[in-house]
Design a protein around this ligand. Structure first.
Ligand code: G3P
Ligand code: CA
Length: 241
């Protein structure tokens, strides 16, 4: 069964990485949500995709240079014509406190490729453990060393390797990184790759699958999950498969 993960919440229809988007994902019947995490100047884990707040909010500057209390003033729905009111950038704690009583899984992407956030792994692990979500969480990152560190610090939480280009000797590499899964760019996934992964017990969750044709191909390959900006539509595509 292929799970549907709502990418940055339901980013196709709602302001990405906001509580409004995550609530929509739940209502749409997604199996899980995907979110991105970075640290503010004062070390608070916040849910935002870009290293700067410029694209998604009415503020400007690098997340790493902004104090949490200042960052909360920005509106992460500012680019949506007032339709969603004021949506602050969520604290990771806020999202996981909301998610814990639901049935949702969560993929927390550590956004630590361009900025080296000090103790990001330790902080994120602490929040997941605080809400007892170890079995419903998957960590992922394009920074594979960070995933290896997460696995060392929290062996009970699954890690997955994000990548755009196909990996060289993927199964040896996945084993060396002690990862439970791979999160590849969907165009790199073939039927053989998906079948091989399944035989080896490695989860495959391609991103970002926004077209019905691609989704149907991924369902046919029996990948473990897809990430999509359109969880409501993806549910329908899946039911029609
Ligand atoms: O987890 C898949 C996807 O979120 C990775 O790309 O840039 O949307 O964070 P990006
Ligand atoms: Ca992401």
């Amino acid at each position: 069964m292929t799970y549907i993960f709502a990418h940055r919440g339901a980013a196709g229809t709602h302001p990405e990485n906001t509580m409004a988007a995550f609530e929509e994902a739940l209502k749409a019947g997604a199996d899980g949500i995907e979110l991105d995490v970075q640290l503010t100047k004062d070390g608070e884990p916040v849910v935002i995709h870009d290293e700067t707040v410029d694209r998604t909010t009415d503020g400007s500057g690098w997340v790493k240079d902004i104090l949490y209390r200042e960052l909360r003033k920005f509106n992460a729905a500012a680019k949506w014509d007032g339709r969603y009111g004021h949506c602050p950038i969520p604290h990771l704690e806020e999202v996981l406190a909301w998610l814990a009583p639901t049935r949702l899984l969560v993929n927390i992407e550590l956004k630590n490729s361009l900025v080296a956030y000090e103790r990001l792994e330790q902080k994120v692990i602490a929040v997941v453990r605080r809400y007892g979500l170890e079995n419903r969480t998957i960590f992922s990152s394009f920074n594979h060393n960070s995933m290896r560190l997460c696995r060392q610090l929290a062996p009970e939480i699954e890690t997955a390797l994000l990548y755009m280009e196909p990996l060289y000797d993927p199964w040896t590499y996945v084993q060396a990184m002690n990862a439970g899964g791979v999160h590849p760019y969907h165009r790199t996934v073939t039927a053989d790759f998906a079948a091989d992964a399944r035989r080896r017990g490695v989860a495959v969750r391609p991103f970002t699958v926004n077209k019905p044709k691609t989704a149907k191909t991924m369902f046919a390959y029996k990948v473990d999950a897809i990430f999509t900006d359109y969880p409501r539509q993806a549910k329908e595509w899946k039911e029609k498969t």
